[in-house]
Design a protein around this ligand. Structure first.
Ligand SMILES: [Zn+2]
Length: 326
């Protein structure tokens, strides 16, 4: 009997800890965690080949290039740059080749390799602007009827009407944006999918993942991770955007969203998604496809990682100026 009681002790402790952790959760506020060594970085090249022709994950499309090719190019340079500048840090790639990798598998891979940072590389796109103009006038034929019954007559007439033409213009949107997962609490699935949805047409393959993984356990876990890593994600994202601005890019700032970035909430580490530029903006499509452009992006992100790492590992030497972005 006594023996059995002793066997029960670990279980009682376990349940106690479990209960305490649950009961503390709602009141627990997200706080930045410090003094954590950055030993492992996960680099995620967005999208990938593999389902061409259908609702494929190739991502956004430019005049001559696809998002997934650019993200792979940038990711490779980012890996090389981190290896060069931070030789003690291990780097893992979620998508090392052209082949598409399920987002679920990317998150599992990042967690299994105990990543300290998750950096997803993407390319933005904005729809063309549409304008309808009157470009002249033309004659139009129409018919009227007069009289009644057997005397009813059909009369042919003409009138002058405007001639319309629809013009499409390239969207002038350009520059970089860095996203973190929106930490606002919601249990409403439709909000997940529709919020900001029209702005992120190119990320649809990502958002469909939400429905695949809508188990209560997973969502609860994801909510805890989001809460835990929110401030650190914001901090890293701010450094990335600062570095882009320093490098002369148009920085559109740090943003939060829920759509299209499922993978960020499924990773147990500070996680950001970098929209490295607009493929729909002709000069930026060239930049994103160029060796120099990709190298600039890789260097900016690496500089941001170095700043973040320095702050995390030496909090006294680098005072934290971040207000959490809210
Ligand atoms: Zn994308």
């Amino acid at each position: 009997m006594l023996k059995r009681f002793f066997l029960l002790i670990p279980l009682i402790i376990f349940l106690g800890v479990l209960f305490m952790s649950f009961s503390n959760t709602p009141a627990e506020k997200p706080v930045p965690f410090k003094n954590k060594k950055i030993k492992t970085i996960i680099v995620d090249a967005g999208h990938g080949h593999g389902r061409h022709g259908g609702d494929g994950p190739d991502g956004a499309r430019g005049v001559y290039s696809f998002e997934d090719d650019i993200t792979l190019g940038v990711a490779k340079k980012l890996v090389a740059e981190i290896n060069k500048q931070l030789p003690d840090v291990k780097v893992f790639e979620t998508r090392p080749t052209d082949d598409y990798v399920q987002l679920k598998d990317r998150a599992i891979f990042a967690n299994q390799n105990n990543g300290d940072l998750f950096i997803s590389i993407h390319v933005n796109s904005a729809p063309k602007l549409r304008e309808v103009k009157v470009i002249g006038h033309h004659r139009e034929t129409y018919y009227v009827y007069s009289g009644k019954g057997r005397k009813k007559k059909k009369i042919r007439k003409t009138r002058t009407v405007p001639t319309y033409r629809t013009y499409y213009y390239p969207n002038p949107a350009n520059g970089t944006e860095t996203y973190v997962f929106d930490s606002r609490k919601t249990d409403d699935k439709t909000e997940f999918i529709t919020e900001n949805g029209d702005n992120f047409m190119n990320e649809q393959d990502d958002s469909t993942m939400i429905t695949d993984t809508k188990s209560p356990e997973l969502l609860a876990q994801a909510a805890l991770w989001t809460k835990k890593f929110f401030f650190n994600s914001i901090k890293l994202a701010s450094h990335v955007e600062d570095e882009f601005a320093t490098a002369g890019r148009v920085s559109r700032g740090v943003k939060q969203r829920r759509v299209g970035i499922w993978v960020l909430q499924a990773t147990a580490m500070p996680s950001i998604l970098v929209e490295t530029g607009y493929i729909s903006h002709r000069p930026e499509e060239d930049y994103l496809n160029s060796e120099k452009g990709q190298q600039d992006i890789a260097e900016a992100v690496t500089n941001a990682i170095k700043k973040y790492k320095e702050q995390q590992e030496n909090p006294k030497s680098a005072p934290d100026q971040s207000n959490g972005g809210r």
